[in-house]
Design a protein around this ligand. Sequence first.
Ligand code: NAD
Length: 495
Amino acid sequence: MSETPTYRNYIAGEWVAADDGRTSENHDPANGDLIGLFPRSAQADVDRAVAAAKAAYDGWRRTPAPKRGEILYRVGRLLEERKEDIARSLTREMGKVLVEARGDVQEAIDMAYYMAGEGRRLFGVIVPAELPNKAAYGMREPMGVVACVTPWNFPVAIPSWKTMAALIAGNTVVLKPATDTPLSALKYVEVFADAGIPAGVLNLVMGSGSEVGMPLVRHPDVAAISFTGSNEVGREVNVEAARNLKRVTLELGGKNAIIVMDDADLDLAVDGILWSAFGTTGQRCTACSRLIVQRGVARDLEGRLLDRIASLRLGHGLESTTDVGPLINAGQQKNVHSYMEVARQDGARILCGGEPASDGALAGGSFYKPTLLGGVTPNMRVAQEEIFGPVLSMIEVGTLDEAIAVNNGTKYGLSSSIFTRDVNAAQTAMRELATGIVYINAGTIGAEIQLPFGGTRGTGNGHREAGLGALEFFTEWKAVYVDYSGKLQRAQIDA
Ligand code: NAD
């Protein structure tokens, strides 16, 4: 029998065990296999990582940004070389099918090259001064040590969105990944170590939210926190950070919808719905969990969906025949299933699925049958709460206005989509859908890294990740005035 691999944190350029030596097991959600033992870190490890990041900060912020970018280019190349290996271990610990795991790593590759290029831009502004012989400009400065706290559903992509933007801007970083996906984060950080990132610039501390996440948020030497996860935890992080006036970006839940109008291309809509609702087993923050359908095509669409859902194959994400992998863990399987009783009590109908899948090879995993709920009305709990599983609620409407009102009628505002052939309807939807991301004739998922990513209302606190939005978050403006008149000139006073 081979020995269980034991992994370590990455602090100050070294791979180290948790200070008190504790470890946690990590298992494959498709079959329960033990993947390895990972540090169960605590306050002492957080202190050590933050101290390392603080010590590295001056050297890193003074490194010319194009040189910082050169390291990111190397990171991008190494990620390309290791893409298959990282994707495979990501599938093993997270469950998503291999083709999607490759996409997860590809996002990090795209982000590496994009942010590396930002090393030669990082634009500021030059504006005219109101007084003669005086120059005025604004430049971006890094903030210091930033903490990145990430979820398990995009275990490489989300750490890359946060850490690469933070690093190119000149910050140093402590990354805390989710407890369900530490190996993906470790392989990601290993790439930086091999690409020559200076010691202390990027640190990895594995462990729970309470023992590592919150101590990072509270740490006096952490200047900013970039958090992606659930609304409950995000709120707690925000409140705690506010006590010390720390900047926080929150990327939280979603209750994303696809609208299908009577004039839509239904073949295309069905493809988009299946991919958005059941891809990643419904565990994307942008996953479609509400289908808002105009009555004229409701029965036709429902029939087509039931046919296609019946053909989806559940299994291990590494098997090429698998369409839908397991949920992240048994707790999430239980949580998803609890919504079936909620749906029934509220008067919805389970049209297919509605139960865990445990036949044959699925027995050891946390699988759930792709589920379609009918007879759902906009205010039912299944139409309002994020379930984060393969559960799609179908809501029928009469008009475009009604569809838009239903779409906008939840506390979340991440992604939305409309299938229509009517250019006027599409244009109206683009203007009226109150979400941070809108798709026309495509599903709710598939954001590209060069545009700002994030949501309105309960999905976050107004910041954006990726694109230029990320650099806004990880920098502070410094306004610089250079007076070369040789005399005292008083702004607003001297004519
Ligand atoms: P979670 O909130 O349970 O955990 C997220 C991270 O926070 C983990 O690293 C966790 O260990 C840590 N954490 C937990 N408690 C903490 C605490 N008290 N203090 C500090 N850190 C703490 O979320 P999850 O279950 O890992 O992820 C699923 C959620 O993430 C869903 O709600 C999903 O919609 C959301 N999500 C949002 C986006 C987005 O960009 N909007 C992207 C992906 C996932």
